[in-house]
Design a protein around this ligand. Sequence first.
Ligand code: ZN
Ligand code: ZN
Ligand code: FE
Length: 753
Amino acid sequence: MTTVRARLRVEGVVQGVGFRPFAHALATRLALGGLVGNDAAGVFVEVEGDPAAVGAFQDALHREAPPLAVIERVTAEPLAPIGERVFRIVASRPGSTRTLVSPDTATCAACLAEVADPGDRRHRHPFASCTHCGPRFTIVTDVPYDRQSTTMAGFEMCDDCRREYTDPADRRYHAQPICCPACGPRLRLLDATGTPVDGDPIAGAAALLDAGAVLAVKGLGGYHVAADAADEHAVATLRSRKHREDKPFAVLVPDLGWARRLCVVDAAAEAVLTGPRRPIVLLPRRADAGVAHAVAPGNASLGLVLPYTPLHTLLAGAVGRPFVLTSGNTSDEPIAYRDDDAATRLAGIVDATLTHDRPIHTRTDDSVVRVFRDREYPIRRSRGYVPHPVPLPVAARRPVLACGAELKNTFCLARDRHAFVSHHIGDLENHETHRSFTEGIAHFRRLFDITPEVVAHDLHPEYLSTKYALALEGVEHVGVQHHHAHVASCLADNGETGPVIGVALDGLGFGTDTTLWGGEFLLADLTDHRRLGHLEPVRMPGGAAAVREPWRMAAAHLAAAFPDGPPGGLDVVGRHADRWDAVTAMARTGLNAPLTSSAGRLFDAVAALLGVRDITTYEGQAAIELEQRADPAHTGSYPVRISDGAPFRVQGADLVRAVVADALAGVPVPAVAARFHRGLAATVVAGCERARAATGETTVALSGGVWQNVLLLATAVAGLEGAGFRVLTHSRVPTNDGGISLGQAAVAAARMR
Ligand code: ZN
Ligand code: ZN
Ligand code: FE
C-alpha cells in the first residue's frame, strides 16, 4: 500500500482555541502518523499515511475545526514519507508571534453542564472555561499567548487541572484560563464598607438584588452595576446614583424564555442573543414587559443580554428573573475595571460588591447590536468581537495606525489584510478614556507585533485623536475626511473598494471646506472622494451648545425655513421664550453660529419642534427618541426639493415647513415623525438618483451615526433597491464613529498602492 506525507500550514485564529488536540484526535481517528505544533505563523501539521486518509484529514480540518478557530488559509506541500505511524503534539517553535488572540467567548454548553452538575468537580464554579470558551482578550497581558501572559499567571494549577491541561485528549488541553474551585479565583461578596460578607457570595448577592439593593458585579471586561429590573425604586435609585438621566440600561435575562417575555425575538435575534459573542441586543419591547419604567424611559426597545460567564449564569439562576446590568461608572466616565479604582468610584453607587481576584487587563465594554435584515448591525463593537481582525479590501503594504474619531473612539492597527479594530474606547475628552486610548494602542502594538509607519487621522484639528496622531514623529501622516472615512468603513465592512455613491448621514464631521458636514452624498472609493451633494447648511446657534440643546436647532431651522419668521402657535417658541429671539438672531447673523449640513442636527430640530426633546443628556438622544416615537402605521410623506448645482443641495427646509404645517394642524407626533422619516428616506433615494445620473455609479454605501436609526435605514434601503441600486450597509463595525478608525485604515492602505 502506498503511503504519502504532507506538510500543512494553518493560519488564522488557531492558537489557544484547541486546534492541536483537534488535529491530534482527527489524525488518530484516520490512523495517520505525524505531528502538530504552534509557531509564529500559526499551526504546522505533518500527516503521513493512506492517501485517501490524508485527503480526508485536509477536508475535515476546515469542516470540523473547533468553534473558536478561524481558519484564514491552509497551504499544503508534499514530503517524503518517513514511516511515522504515531501522531504527536510537539513543542512550540519560537519566533515573533503573528498569530491572533481570540475574543472573550460565552460559556460553552459543556462547561455549563459541568457547572450545573452536582457530581462534577466544577459544580457551581463561577470561572469554568475551556479551550472553546471563556476569557481571552480581557486577560491577555502579553504575547505569546500562554498562562504566564494572562492575568491567571498568579494562580498555581492544582494537580487535577494540570492533568487536564497537559492531556491532548482533554477539552482543557492548553486552555490558559483553566482553573477549578481548588485552585482558581475566589468569589467574594463585600458590603458597602468593603468588608467580606460570610456565606455563599452568589446567594448573598441574589438576596440583596431581591431586596432592592444596587449591586456591583465584576464581569469580564469591567465592573457592572445591577438592580432588579422590575423594581421601580431600585432602578430609579441606580439611575440617580449614577447621574444617568435617560440613557437606557441593558437588562440581563436568565434565559431565552425570559427574553421572549420582555421583547419580540425573531429567529435572527435569537441566534445573536445566544451566540458565542453574546452582545447586548436591542429588541422591540413588548407592551406588557414587566420592566420598571426607569430601565429605558421613553424607549420602545430594550437592550437584552444573556449570561456569558458561569458567574452571570449562577447569579441569574439565583435571582430567577431579569436584572439591570449596566456599566459600573458615573455618567461620561469609562467603565471601572481595577479593583481599587472600582471600590473608590462605585462607593457612592452600590450597596454591595460581588467581586473576585482574577485581574482584568483590558477594560472592555459589552458590545451592542441591532438586527437588520437578519444580520448583526453593530452599535458598539467590543467584548466578544475584539480583537478579531476585520479583513481589509486592499492590503496595507506598510503597517498602519488609524487613530479614529473623538466620540465613541476606537483605534485600528493594520498590516497586510488584517485590520485590528480596538475595543470601544469612548469619548476622548475624558482623561481616563484618553489613558485607555494610549495604553490600548501600546497593548495592540505588542500583541500583534505592529510598529506603525503610517498614521491615519481625522481632519478635525481639535480631536484629541488627531492631536495624538500629529504628535507622533518619524511616521507618514494621512489625513482622512470624516465622511470619507465613514463611507470607506462601510466599503471595508463589505470587502469592497468602490467607487460608490456614499450617503454619510451623521452628527458632525470636519469638512474639506472647514465647515461642519453631516448630510453628504459623496462619490467615493477607498482612496478619494468628491462631494456630489449635501443638505443645505444651516447655522448652529452657540456651536457646541446647539448639540446639547436641540431647541436651538429648531430655532435655526425655522429661521432658514421661514425668512419672514415662523407662523405663530409653535409650542417650542413658547417653551424657550426668554432666549428665543437671541438664539434666532445668532442663526440669522451667523455670529457664534457655525454652518452645518448635518442630518443629525436636522433630526434634533424636528424632535424639538414636535416637543419630543429640547435638551439632551446623551449623544444622539433626540434622534433616537424621534425614531422611537414614529409609528409607521401612519401613512404619508413629505416631499423635498433638490437644488441644481455641483454639489447639489437638498432643501431640508421643505421638511421643516411640512413638519410645522402638520404640527399646527394637530397631526399626532407619531404620524409626523413617521412622515419625516419617510420624507428623508425618499430624499436619500432622490439624491442617489441625481448622483447616478452624474456619475453612472449604481452602488450606494450608507454610513454615519444617523443610520443607527433602523426605521430610516429600512425605509431608505427599500427605496434604493426599488430604484435599482445595490446597497451596502454595515455588519462588522458600527455605522457611527466607532467605525471611523477602520475607514481611516482602509483609506491609508489603499493610498499606498
Ligand atoms: Zn467551555
Ligand atoms: Zn484546579
Ligand atoms: Fe461621524
